[in-house]
Design a protein around this ligand. Structure first.
Ligand code: G6P
Ligand code: MG
Length: 220
């Protein structure tokens, strides 16, 4: 029986994913690295330092910088990202999400955030939905990033539920892989081909309808 929903944040509850990608793309350009669309998309859901390492790898620069220099680049990117976050308001909650959260509340479902972002509390506060959730996984406590199952296992533990009692929402390929590795039901939001491992796929958050998703969940 369905007892909880686990949510990624960037690209699921709000479109902050685009702020991340723009900030990374700009940093890459400053480092003389041109990222193609697939490379840029592969950064979705990936932690801050892992994203930087991936960009340097794409540019063939993996051994070029010291740890201190890398920390500086990541901090620069983060301050650009946070500037964008500071402009966010409840209007930036993606379409369909308020209804989804309200439907979940009616059913007394537990709701937990499974985002790799250290900025998650700040973003949720700007959106005015911090209190909707029963908990947030602290990414500082994780040993492995998505696609490892750890973050979704932790979120499930915070909810106090079993893998077959939750539905988890993601916009990232690495995120869907993480959910599936945790043995949970995955809803993918975005490209059908890219997110094909998900149990239920919609093109945008506006297409999310809890009762419809639950039907498919109950059939599994
Ligand atoms: C999320 C986003 C990623 C981001 C990561 C770390 O998973 O999808 O694009 O790199 O969080 O975010 P942070 O705010 O801690 O740099
Ligand atoms: Mg995401």
């Amino acid at each position: 029986m369905l007892k909880g929903l686990l949510f990624d944040l960037d690209g699921v509850l709000t479109n902050s994913a685009k702020f991340h990608l723009t900030a990374w793309n700009n940093l890459a350009k400053e480092l003389g690295i041109t990222l193609n669309d697939a490379q840029l998309d592969s950064l979705r859901g990936i932690s801050r330092m892992d994203s930087l390492e991936l960009i340097l790898k794409y540019g063939g620069q993996e051994d070029k910088y010291t740890e201190a220099e890398k920390e500086k680049f990541a901090a620069e990117k983060n301050s650009k990202f946070v500037e964008q976050v500071e402009t966010m308001t409840p209007k930036d909650i993606l379409p369909g999400i308020p209804e989804l959260l309200a439907d979940a509340k009616k059913q007394n479902l537990k709701m937990v955030i499974a985002s790799a972002s250290k900025n998650a509390p700040k973003i949720l506060t700007r959106l005015g939905i911090m209190d909707e959730f029963d908990g947030i996984v602290d990414p500082a406590t994780l040993h492995h990033g998505k696609p490892d199952p750890e973050i979704y296992e932790k979120a499930q533990e915070i909810a106090g539920l079993k893998a077959d009692e939750v539905i988890s929402f993601e916009d990232a390929k690495a995120g869907v892989e993480s959910i599936k590795a945790a043995g949970q039901f995955a809803v993918g939001i975005g490209d059908k081909e890219l997110l094909k491992e998900a149990d239920y796929i919609v093109p945008t958050t506006a297409d999310l309808k809890l009762s419809e998703i639950e039907k498919v969940f109950n059939e599994k």
